[in-house]
Design a protein around this ligand. Structure first.
Ligand code: GLA
Length: 390
């Protein structure tokens, strides 16, 4: 676990003052996430169950009224970006500023009267690790601007606007899970989200109280072309839904899977994608049922099944993620799987508290033996979603 899991609000406010010469109007924080189960289901109108990490992106923000947006990040070497709100347009920015600028663009496009802002950011959410640093950045800016402009937007709407910023302004065809997790999660709970109607249920999750831990293992490897591969999987799922005559793969019930696969004939790739999505939705429901029945240990094998499905059917795992999962399982883990979009990034490992160190060491040894850099491992405890912190 990093020594400090969230940037200090005081420090970020102080850095804002040094940078812009005035006090911020407030300081907000939004977390990254891990997904417990429900992968590549969110753009199929399916179920997901992420929870918020203690790692956050913090923003000190002052409202402006002159139509300018100034952006600065303590973590980037890019100085202060000074943008004209009226000139914001999708596809014009390829850097990190596209995320916050995209949020402002999406808010204004939706008719919300955003008049400008000075923003200074600092983050502890690992980047390129599949832990939703982009969503944390989008959501913290959306919440701050909503508060400062008196927009009073409900959390689900903030998430939708952030997704639109990412899909249209940045140009990444992601689903709604990450933004909703960052905006809506509650401490001590996983978020059961139905991505079709955005209804949510907070599921209590206190693993430590039951003698367990959830480790996040960031492989620190992100394979190239992951964006293109993500888009290809999404297009394949849409093709499957069209061939099956449904709005989204969510509409294929588990007991209708065999029939659907038969109907897809020799569309081998589409059949694999469909099988993953349908079985993964069922796994989310199984995990919810087990957690609500207090049978927490039994979710382990369901997580592991999810990994096999992502590896063999959806084909988004990587050798490093498989190495974490296989090593953890042979070292006594209750369950393990990749988390997030895949092609690198992070895996999660459910362990008995007493086995935590053994498993962490076994994974590190396996990485060393494979000639890979030491992965970054930390314990994840469900934390609070986006909020005002000062
Ligand atoms: C990325 C996307 C999410 C989701 C996951 C896979 O994190 O941003 O919308 O599709 O991949 O579950």
């Amino acid at each position: 676990m990093p020594s400090s899991s969230s940037p200090s609000a005081d420090q970020v406010a102080q850095d804002f003052r040094a940078l812009y010469g005035t006090d911020p109007d407030g300081v907000w924080a939004a977390p990254g996430r891990v997904n417990l189960i429900g992968e590549h289901t969110d753009y199929n109108d399916g179920f997901v169950m992420p929870f918020a990490l203690p790692h956050t992106t913090v923003a000190a923000v002052a409202r402006r009224t002159d139509g300018r947006l100034r952006l600065h990040s303590a973590d980037m070497d890019t100085g202060v970006a000074d943008l004209d709100l009226d000139a914001l347009a999708p596809g014009t920015d390829r850097g990190w500023t596209a995320y916050p600028a995209g949020v402002v663009w999406a808010l204004r496009e939706a008719g919300h009267p955003v008049t400008g802002a000075d923003i200074h950011l600092a983050s502890t959410v690992p980047t390129g690790a599949g832990l939703s640093s982009s969503a944390a950045l989008e959501v913290v800016v959306a919440l701050a601007l909503s508060d400062l402009h008196g927009l009073d937007l409900p959390r689900w709407k903030l998430a939708r606007l952030c997704q639109r910023a990412e899909n249209v302004y940045v140009g990444a065809p992601t689903g709604i899970m990450d933004q909703t997790a960052s905006a809506c999660c509650e401490a001590g709970h996983a978020l059961f989200l139905d991505t079709r109607d955005l209804s949510t249920r907070q599921i209590p999750l206190d693993l430590a109280a039951e003698g367990m831990r959830l480790l996040v293992v960031d492989t620190r490897v992100q394979h190239a072309h992951s964006d293109g591969e993500y888009g290809r999987r999404r297009a394949g799922c849409e093709k499957g839904a069209a061939l099956l005559g449904v709005d989204a793969l969510r509409d294929i019930p588990y007991d209708g899977l065999d029939e659907a696969l038969a109907q897809l004939g020799d569309e081998e790739e589409v059949r694999r994608l469909v099988r993953h999505v349908v079985t993964e939705n069922q796994r989310v429901e199984r995990v919810v049922t087990l957690l609500e029945a207090g049978r927490t240990r039994e979710i382990g094998p369901v997580l592991t099944e999810g990994h096999a499905s992502l590896r063999d059917d959806f084909r988004v795992s990587s050798p490093e993620l498989d190495l974490v999962v296989d090593t953890a399982l042979t070292s006594g883990a209750l369950g393990a799987r990749m988390t997030g979009g895949g092609f690198g990034g992070s895996a999660i490992v459910l362990t008995e508290t007493t086995d935590t160190d053994t498993i962490k060491k076994a994974v590190e040894t396996a990485f060393a033996n494979a000639g890979l850099a030491t992965p970054r491992t930390f314990e994840a405890v469900p934390a609070q979603g986006a909020r005002k912190v000062a």
